[in-house]
Ligand binder design. Sequence first.
Ligand SMILES: Nc1ncnc2c1ncn2[C@@H]1O[C@H](COP(=O)(O)OP(=O)(O)O)[C@@H](O)[C@H]1O
Ligand SMILES: [Mg+2]
Length: 321
Amino acid sequence: MNGPWVEKYRPQTLDEIVGQDHIIQRLKRYIEEGSMPNLMFTGPAGVGKTTTAIALAKAVLGDYWRQNFLELNASDARGIDTVRNNIKNFCRLKAVGSPFRIIFLDEVDNMTKDAQHALRREMEMYTKTSSFILSCNYSSKIIDPIQSRCAIFRFAPVKGRHVMERLNVIANAENLKVSSGAIESIVYFSEGDMRRAVNILQASSTVDDEITEESVHDVVSKAKPKDVRKIVNKALDGDFLGARDLLREVMLVQGTSGEDMVTQIYQEVSRMAMEDLIPVDVYIRLIESIGEYDYRIREGANPRIQLEALLTRFLLKTKAD
Ligand SMILES: Nc1ncnc2c1ncn2[C@@H]1O[C@H](COP(=O)(O)OP(=O)(O)O)[C@@H](O)[C@H]1O
Ligand SMILES: [Mg+2]
């Protein structure tokens, strides 16, 4: 294995980035215009924020992008002063071969409010010569004066078909044999996080010659979605013992933790509600119970007892109707 695939297959251009079409289209206008305002990229992990920032900087700055691009992590262990000094030193230089420079500051939501105010002053000071791209998971953690100085781009979890599309590109490049069931489970487990999807694919590729649903499950050691659905259905049908036995089997065979199982029950129930397999009022009450048992398990109660107790709530919910 030669290095992590998430790096090997990090898209180098905006066109290689899957999903986020709306964002990419808007960003391409900056390339045409050869200038850009300060930008803020917000959204969950592994959806292409960092990748997009780098690809955009390369496209806007052209051949001289290296000299004119500074990438910093706001949660730098050496402290925010180091980050600010780096920005100052960089901004002191004149842009070479390009009318302006780009500073990419990753994980800005980890900065304290004070540090954010200092950053805002720097953004103002260098506004004529530099554009900032800030990236964060939650824009709500960023102070208003910074938000109002940025064009905000909200990155969504990557849709299943786009995750699939990218996984197939990588599988082809690596000459992998991957069953369609395997791809589907990677999509399921990655929950729109492309970094996770690529990591699971790479880890599974070392298990077997042909990647199957089983090799993927070996890697993530979580229950199969269809097994979880069976457990939920049995419980909803009033077959408590059947549901309980299947739950025990799945957890044993797959080595699923209590936390993972309750999360997967939650995902499966949500999916079933979306597919109109459970009425909304029942769904609401199930979520209430799942929330309660999730909390208990995370607080340290015996996961097996809690999960089985949760299944009894499923019986009662349907009976009440
Ligand atoms: N939209 C996407 N299209 C293609 N690959 C992606 C996408 N999003 C993430 N990746 C893959 O996941 C890795 C991590 O992406 P990254 O841009 O660092 O995510 P973020 O900054 O949103 O956490 C990239 O190296 C790339 O391999
Ligand atoms: Mg990132």
